[in-house]
Design a protein around this ligand. Sequence first.
Ligand code: SAH
Ligand code: SF4
Ligand code: F3S
Length: 441
Amino acid sequence: MRVHIVTYGCQMNEYDTHLVASELVSLGAQMVNTIEDADFVLVNTCAVRGKPVEKVKSLLGKLKKEKERRGLRIGMMGCLAQLEEGQEIAKRFDVDVLLGPGALTQIEKALAADSKFWDLAFHEELNRVVAPPPAGALSAYVPIIRGCNHRCTYCVVPRTRGGVEVSRPPELILEEIERLKAAGVVEVTLLGQNVNSYGNDRPEYPSFAELLRMVGELGIPRVRFLTSHPVNFTEDIVRAIAETPAITRYIHLPVQSGSDRILRRMAREYRRADYLRRIETIRDYLPDAVLSTDIIVGFPGETEEDFEATLSLYDEVGFDHAYMFIYSARPGTPAAEHFEDLPREVKVERLKRLIEKQKAWSLEKNRAWVGKEVEVLIRGDAKETGFAEGHDRGNHPVLVPGDQAPRPGLYRVRITEASPHLLFGEVTEVLHAPAPREAVA
Ligand code: SAH
Ligand code: SF4
Ligand code: F3S
């Protein structure tokens, strides 16, 4: 069987795609790069905003036609699959296999079934799978916790990935990272909706701060983590980062809004002042930390004054980067059911103003790196532009001339130029650029 997987959404979905692909390969399937070459197409879906849902629908429309023409099998996995909204869509587009984010280990059964196969249960096996490293990769994801205990009023994630946080056993996490290291991986990213809740559900497990220290000792040069929640981003975590050289100084701490009135409506459990105190602690221990955030603009009821509070918070923190989203009313969420959506023009206009603010800060922050040396992980070969792309320990995208970084690896780079979204540099030293290896299937 020839399988093609299309992935939408966040890093969790990227990891899940890798997991399912390696499972499929071990079952004898061949992974192919296009829909045309495949006889089974799996769509790994996202439901966080309206846009990714629209993308899934238009792809499924195309697949359904293809199915009618030449008898293709269609699969749907990921967050949208878990929601009623997604199941309606699956029926409409004649989807054969539907697997929720907790049911990925059922892929073998799904393939063996000769009629439609739907599974939306959360199977505990997921917690035991140790995925082999992706072929030849230098960077890999490692899930450490799944689900979310919070109930932000706009968000579908607790319904898609589970409404109770479940930490992964520490010995599995450490074993998986050891394996990745043995396979040549130099950067791991610890994944979870709220990584800093790690261990809260299991008193016998280490805390997130302790886990960071344990992972930091394994000899992987770079360890990152995503995403943290401000409410429990405590001082012991900041101290663990400061005292563990392998942990990168990149902290993504979604604030969502700078207005207490809106934070309350969102049911975020902290207020502006609490968030600013967290930032102060980070700056105390990690003056060189690179800070990024998520912001939702145009949440229902957001006034001009509330929005200005977000702008002023941005100035107070001076974020290096931000992911900015227009509020999207999601079916079944309390915000969509109880609050009235703002006019689209208002939301778009505010997003534009926030983007201006973000650009100005990113340019200023990025310029401060010019003349400095950073360590860049080059992920692939040079592009047609002649530049090879990578990212430094602060997660800045960095471009270097392709002839200076002919292979994926770790390079020391002197930054020569900055734009709001990119750093440019020259390689001063090759730190670790292994010769291409045989792909590990
Ligand atoms: N667990 C993480 C992130 C979850 S989703 C956290 O709580 O920080 C990633 C981001 O998508 C969120 O931080 C939020 O900014 C955005 N988001 C979630 N639901 C949204 C919605 N309905 N409309 C617009 N943006 C949304
Ligand atoms: Fe969604 Fe809030 Fe949970 Fe993040 S913390 S996943 S935004 S409910
Ligand atoms: Fe990620 Fe989208 Fe699910 S952002 S957690 S794939 S809803």
